[in-house]
Design a protein around this ligand. Structure first.
Ligand SMILES: Nc1nc2c(c(=O)[nH]1)N[C@H]1C(S)=C(S)[C@@H](COP(=O)(O)OP(=O)(O)OC[C@H]3O[C@@H](n4cnc5c(=O)[nH]c(N)nc54)[C@H](O)[C@@H]3O)O[C@H]1N2
Ligand SMILES: Nc1nc2c(c(=O)[nH]1)N[C@H]1C(S)=C(S)[C@@H](COP(=O)(O)OP(=O)(O)OC[C@H]3O[C@@H](n4cnc5c(=O)[nH]c(N)nc54)[C@H](O)[C@@H]3O)O[C@H]1N2
Ligand SMILES: [Mo]
Length: 665
């Protein structure tokens, strides 16, 4: 904290599960935060994105949850304000009752994910683990198969500093829309363009990022593996692939099997002409270094692990790995340096894949799940298998949701608990893409009766132990500062080049100190080599059918993060907007801005149609989390991705391998 004029200025990191994880400064006067700005530390631009208003707006939002409530009749909408004591006491009694009835703590289930990844927020897991073996979610909807792909190839998940793009001659943005989802990377991309770099966007949708690029490759959804093989074929034919056998395994075999694949079906799968492939291959061959950024959108398809492995190989075989400005950026697991002691991890937790939550709840019966605690998450809006989840819901004897707003899941909870924002609590945040770790210090006291997830864990622990001594061993007597001290082991401090976590009061610290990985040609695999993938004879590309002729893509929206958008509800359409090409729409008698029904074998949803001339005829596009009612995932059966279990213990989910039909309502 420091002072500027008559403002108290505090440091924060935006905790919204965004690539950028921006450092922020909050300016407080007279006990109220008046404005926030970006902080120029941590290589950031000093600006914030267009979500800035709602980031601060959350704190003082009229619809923010400010005290615990109980719902009289689940889904009745009849909420009653209760005290924290009553809320925690009711929850504690239920936990003890279930424990006694089932002689087990496994019926207690925690579902936590994207709302806040702060270190101290893992207190929710810590509190659950302190009770005994419980059921918890594992895996991630964001990036599992890509993580596995890079782990298998390079041996670890390390991203280059984004400023490395300034050194690149060619930048390929492959299945990523940073103009929306990583806004603060765009100025670096523009600066690279000014220095002469060419930018290529590969995406089935003509995105805002594509609009800023030099070349746009309109790809068939899921056609990326085919495109990567086509590029390998062409570059091999032209004699443009090289590798060092001392640093690589499987390269000769991969090149040989790529060359053997028949070209025509690959072109069809990728939706490309031979000319486009040749053009892109020439760009790759002629421009060193080439920087490829693979987005998470690219790996929301069934064969996405293979796809990213092929792209990794393409980068290596064109000599772009381990050089300034080159390589394939995807994600960085640098935050794994922390021990996460606060979680009190145990061996006997019953984990269920977060992507198959509904399905798992249904199948677990020994003992069944009867109590659900939802934190940093809105499964009834964001999950696949929504219908299955709704069907299972009545079997839950108690649902507790800790959130800032009355989310879809909260509306069907028994008790909601109000949580603090990043301006009201102490915590430490890192990034899954950038190299920085920073501090959130409280700027103002908690609004209303809101409490942090850690404070809630403390309250519940105390009450449980009052009612039944020894129920929980969560160290609730530790202060927030003591919990942080336990995370910053000597190894962590050394990695961050700091002495103690309190040094972060001066600004964020880096967990990587070299701007790009693999510069010495040694990889993190046990044999020190890069591992090229094996190419299967065929890959299972999923295509629209006569019955469901549209690929349903539901990527991330510009002006909010996932379901963290309740501040926007008043200006959001009631039903999801689906974009479709006007020629196709008119053929189906759809009208612009009119209601329609979208359906497949999973279910159906009401939508509002919007014509968009730049869309492929077989794509329907809708942005996730961009309507009040939501429900996009009603249509999603949740096909698993090919990889994910190695790094995240659970496969990813093919959010974008969904096929639908549409008709006027
Ligand atoms: N503004 C904003 N920023 C966000 C988020 C948000 O909701 N809003 N969410 C955050 C989170 S949780 C995440 S996981 C990230 C996700 O951010 P991104 O990595 O950008 O991922 P997506 O938005 O899922 O998809 C990116 C692009 O992939 C394209 N795509 C879809 N299928 C394919 C395909 O088969 N091949 C190719 N080449 N492209 C394809 C989509 O059309 C889309 O333009 O963003 C984070 N940042
Ligand atoms: N169709 C479709 N569905 C998708 C995706 C897609 O691309 N298409 N993307 C998927 C992806 S990548 C993701 S990450 C998920 C995201 O979906 P979820 O995991 O549900 O996460 P969010 O919507 O980011 O945030 C959930 C809630 O956390 C709350 N929250 C914020 N801070 C805190 C806090 O400190 N404590 C507590 N207790 N709560 C807090 C927010 O208010 C919000 O309501 O959605 C997935 N669903
Ligand atoms: Mo995500």
């Amino acid at each position: 904290m420091f002072f500027h004029d008559d403002y108290q200025v505090t440091r924060h990191i935006c905790p919204r599960n965004c690539y950028d994880s921006c450092p922020m400064l909050a300016y407080t006067r007279g006990g109220k935060i008046e404005f926030i700005t970006g902080d120029k530390k941590a290589g950031a631009s000093g600006r914030l994105c267009n979500k800035k208003e709602e980031i601060l707006g959350t704190v003082y939002h009229p619809r923010r949850l400010l005290y615990p409530q109980r719902q009289l009749g689940r889904g009745s909408g009849h909420w009653q304000r209760i005290s924290w004591h009553e809320a925690i006491d009711t929850i504690a009694h239920k936990i003890l009752e279930l424990k006694e009835h089932y002689h087990s703590t496994l019926p207690l289930c925690l579902n936590k994910y994207s709302g806040n990844f702060g270190l101290l927020h893992y207190a929710a897991e810590g509190m659950f683990n302190s009770l005994g073996p419980t059921t918890q979610t594992t895996g991630t909807p964001c990036f599992s198969s890509g993580l596995d792909a890079q782990r298998l190839d390079f041996g670890a998940n390390v991203a280059a500093d984004i400023r490395q793009m300034l050194e690149a001659k060619l930048i390929i943005l492959w299945g990523i829309n940073p103009a929306w989802t990583s806004v603060h990377t765009m100025p670096i991309i523009y600066a690279a363009q000014e220095r002469g770099a060419k930018v290529v966007v590969i995406d089935p949708v003509y995105t805002e990022t594509a609009h800023k690029a030099d070349y746009y490759i309109e790809l068939r959804p899921g056609g990326d593996a085919a495109l990567a093989v086509l590029l390998l074929q062409k570059l091999a034919q032209d004699g443009k692939l090289t590798y060092n056998p001392d640093q690589t395994t499987g390269a000769a075999e991969l090149i040989a099997s790529a060359r053997q694949m028949p070209t025509a079906p690959l072109l069809k799968d990728a939706g490309q002409t031979a000319e486009t492939v040749a053009f892109l291959a020439d760009l790759l061959a002629e421009n060193h270094p080439t920087h490829i950024w693979c987005g998470f959108g690219l790996q929301r398809h069934v064969q996405s692990g293979l796809t990213i492995r092929l792209i990794d190989a393409l980068s290596l075989l064109t000599g772009n790995v381990g050089i300034p400005g080159g390589g394939v950026n995807f994600a960085d697991k640098g935050m794994d340096i922390f021990p996460y002691r606060i979680m009190q991890k145990r061996q006997d937790t019953r984990f269920v894949n977060i992507n198959y939550f509904a399905r798992s709840l249904k199948t677990l019966d020994d003992p069944p799940i009867r109590f659900l605690w939802v934190s940093c998450r809105d499964p009834l809006r964001q999950d696949v298998g929504l219908m299955e989840l709704m069907q299972f819901w009545p079997q839950l004897e108690m649902v507790v949701v800790a959130d800032k707003f009355m989310t879809h899941s909260a509306q069907l909870a028994d008790i909601v608990l109000p949580v603090t924002t990043e301006f009201e609590e102490l915590d430490v945040y890192g990034s899954y893409f950038r190299h920085w770790v920073g501090l959130n210090e409280p700027a103002v006291p908690p609004q209303g009766e809101a409490k942090s997830d850690l404070e809630i864990a403390r309250l519940l622990t105390r009450r449980l132990n009052e009612l039944a001594p020894g129920t929980s061993n969560f160290p609730c007597h530790h202060s927030n500062e003591e919990f942080l001290t336990a995370e910053f082991t000597p190894e962590v401090c050394q990695a961050l080049h700091i002495e103690k976590w309190q040094d972060l009061y001066q600004g964020p610290a880096r967990f990587r100190h070299h701007p790009y990985p693999w510069q010495d040609g040694r990889f993190a695999n046990p044999d020190g080599k890069f591992h090229c993938c094996t190419l299967p004879a065929d890959f299972p590309q999923l295509l629209p059918t006569q019955k469901y002729p549209f690929h349903f893509l539901t990527p991330h929206a510009q002006d909010h993060i996932n379901g963290q958008n309740y501040h926007k509800h008043h200006i959001m359409p009631e039903y999801p907007i689906v974009y479709i090409h006007p020629d196709v729409g008119k053929k189906l008698q759809l009208q612009d801005l009119h209601p329609a029904v979208v359906w497949n074998e999973q279910g159906q949803i009401t939508v509002s149609v919007k014509f968009r001339t730049d869309l492929a005829p077989d794509i329907i596009l809708s942005l996730q989390g961009a309507s009040q009612k939501g429900g996009l995932n009603v249509l999603n059966s949740g096909l698993p991705t090919d990889l994910g279990t190695l790094t995240t213990d659970a496969s990813g989910v093919a959010f974008y391998d969904v096929f639908v039909n549409i008709a006027p309502k």
